[in-house]
Structures are given as structure tokens and as C-alpha cells.
Design a protein. Structure first.
Length: 145
């Protein structure tokens, strides 16, 4: 398995251990993780701290040229908000752990020139399935249902 996807899965597990939603993300530039995060909506009482947003926040301010060399990894297909952030900063590639549980605007991202790779990772699927089984209401809140 890709070591960066593994790092995103580790972030997802941190989120679950904290009582949150098990989705993780890492931002990679030149073969190095420059930011990592996990969904912390529950932990911080935040409407926007999805894993990708937490990851970008933790990466800190960067030059546009840095973002244009980055790959964003996420254990779950990024939603409209997180996909929009990737577009805003010109991140050219997104690697998704799985998109069976939830699928964001992947076709739109591709239409905007973003390379979208779906790993269809079993561990990512299992984390989400276990979480949804045990926390259906929280999951529905997270995806806006």
C-alpha cells in the first residue's frame, strides 16, 4: 500500500479514537508530508473541519507554486467544500482511499484538470462501514443529510 495513504488512514484512526469521524488526509510535496489532519468536526464543534480542511490548515500558508506540486490524499472522496479548496489552491492530484461510502464531485474535479486516483482501499471502506453502523446520525450530519 502507498505509504501516504497509510498515513491518511493513521489520521482517520486518530479521529475515530477521539470520538470523531474516521476520515484522514495528508498533503504531500516532493515526496514529503507537509500537512496532515483528520475530521475534527465533532471534537472542535466545527462545521468545516473535514479531514482535508484540517490537513490544509495544519500545512500552513504556502506559496501557490508549492500547491501546484502537491498531492492531496484522503481516505474518503472529498466533498464539494474540500474539493473546492483543492481547486482554489491549484492542487493537481488527489488520491482517494475509497469512494463507495461517499462520492464527491470527482468528475467535476477531472473536468477542471485534477488527476483523481481512487485506490478503493478495503481498510478505508471498513473504517467507514464500522463508523456508520455505530454512528448513523453523526454520519448523516457530516454529509448534510
Amino acid at each position: 500500500m502507498d505509504k501516504f495513504l497509510e498515513a491518511a488512514i493513521d489520521e482517520a484512526k486518530k479521529g475515530m479514537a477521539e470520538g470523531g469521524i474516521p476520515i484522514g488526509s495528508v498533503l504531500v510535496i516532493d515526496g514529503k508530508i507537509v500537512g496532515c489532519g483528520h475530521n475534527r468536526r465533532v471534537q472542535k464543534g466545527s462545521p468545516i473541519l473535514h479531514a482535508e480542511m484540517d490537513c490544509l490548515e495544519n500545512a500552513g500558508r504556502m506559496k501557490a507554486s508549492d500547491y501546484r506540486k502537491a498531492t492531496l490524499y484522503s481516505t474518503l472522496s472529498p466533498c464539494d467544500m474540500c474539493s473546492g479548496a483543492a481547486l482554489l489552491y491549484g492542487i493537481p492530484k488527489i488520491v482517494i482511499g475509497e469512494n463507495r461510502t461517499f462520492q464527491g464531485p470527482e468528475d467535476y474535479m477531472r473536468s477542471r484538470g485534477v488527476e483523481v486516483e481512487v485506490a478503493d482501499n478495503q481498510e478505508c471502506r471498513e473504517l467507514m462501514a464500522m463508523f456508520i453502523k455505530n454512528s448513523q446520525q453523526l454520519w448523516n450530519e457530516d454529509i448534510g443529510e
